[in-house]
Design a protein around this ligand. Sequence first.
Ligand SMILES: *Cc1c(COP(=O)(O)O)cnc(C)c1O
Length: 239
Amino acid sequence: MTDRKDELATNLAKVERRIADACAAAGRGREEVTLIVVTKTYPATDVRILSELGVRHVAENRDQDAAPKSAACADLPLTWHFVGQLQTNKVRSVAGYADFVQSVDRSKLVTALSKEAVRAGRELGCLIQVALDAGESARGERGGVAPAGIEELADLVAEAPGLRLGGLMTVAPLTGEYAGREQAAFGRLMDLSTDLRRSHPAATMVSAGMSADLEQAVAAGATHVRVGSAVLGVRPRLG
Ligand SMILES: *Cc1c(COP(=O)(O)O)cnc(C)c1O
């Protein structure tokens, strides 16, 4: 094994252990939680190693990096998640490689994603990104729609050709009533997911939890955790 493969294998085993322990503590089966490794800022060679180590889901947050990386890894059996704030002028590119877009937070984006998914002949899984710090404003500082806007967006996605409504995603807020209260924030997301599933029963995905708070997310009931630095190392630059 190369040094890097060794390092990633060790980190991955630690994260696996954390997820397994969190599932056990919550009385959940390990298979109820899917690990998505966030590979942003790290090279395609790392993605290849992760694939060799058994990772099946990866996530990126910038199209400029994700497009060439996914192309370089097109031969690997990976599911690609897009988790960053998305401008409509990047949608055509993202629709070409992403299997899931977890950052759907406005109707303009739904329209653009639908058009480009149909053009590419692909089906895109869509998660509505929920901003738990949005307060009365429509959008959160780091993207996301306020809880009051979920239902309308979900209906739009569900009716849009080329799109499939997967569920909800959130990032633990740094401001507002949930700042520093990850478990409460993720619990709120679960309640919102329960509401959503009344009208959209197939929208079962709940994407929450990162390197620092995956235990709280698993305890709250998350189905997907998005882990970057705990697997790949502290990122060399912001991203
Ligand atoms: C970077 C990122 C993650 C992973 O964060 P870590 O703290 O490195 O685990 C998860 N979700 C989103 C949306 C991100 O941008």
